[in-house]
Design a protein around this ligand. Sequence first.
Ligand code: HEM
Length: 151
Amino acid sequence: MVIRWLLAAFHLLALGVGLGAVWARGRALRGTLDAPGLRRAFYADSWWGVAALVWISTGVIRAFGGYEKGSFYYLHNHFFWAKMVLLGVILALEIGPMITLIRWRSRVARGELPDTRAASGMAVVSFVQAGLVVLMVLAATGMARGYGVPR
Ligand code: HEM
C-alpha cells in the first residue's frame, strides 16, 4: 500500500528533522542571543514543532489506523508504552520552552529584545529532549521487531 509506505517515510523523515532541530535549538540557545542568534533559535524551534506534528500524526495513524501490526499489538507491547512515556516526558519538558519562546517571538516582532536569562536552562532541556528521542528510537526499533510482547 502506497499510503503505508508514505506514512513510514514521513515518520522517519520527522526523526531526521526533529533530532537535528532540537539539537540546533540547544546550540543556538547556548550561543549569543543577539538578533541573528535569536533568529537561529526560532528557526530550529519551528522545525522541531513541524517534526513533532508529523511524528505524532503519522505515528497515531500507523499505530491505530490498521496500516501496520494493528492496535492490539501496540497496546500490548511494553516497548510501545515505553515509547509513549518517553514522548510524554518530552512533551512535558516542552511546556516551559514553548511558552517562553512564544513570548520571545512576540517581543522580537514588536522590535524589542527579550529577557533571555532562561536560555541556558532551555538549552539543557533541548539536549535532554534529544537524548530522549534517541531512547524513543531504541524503543521503536525493538517494538517493530517483536520485542516487548508479553509472554
Ligand atoms: C518523537 C516521536 C517519535 C519517534 C522518534 C519515533 C520513532 C520511530 C522509528 C525510528 C520507527 C521505525 C522503527 C523500525 O521500523 O525499525 C517508528 C515506527 C513506528 N512508530 Fe514511531 N516515533 C515517534 C512517535 C510515534 C507516535 C506518537 C506513535 C503512535 C502513537 C508512533 C507509532 C509508531 C508505529 C506504529 C511504528 C511502526 C512500527 C512497526 O513497524 O510495527 N510513533 N517510530
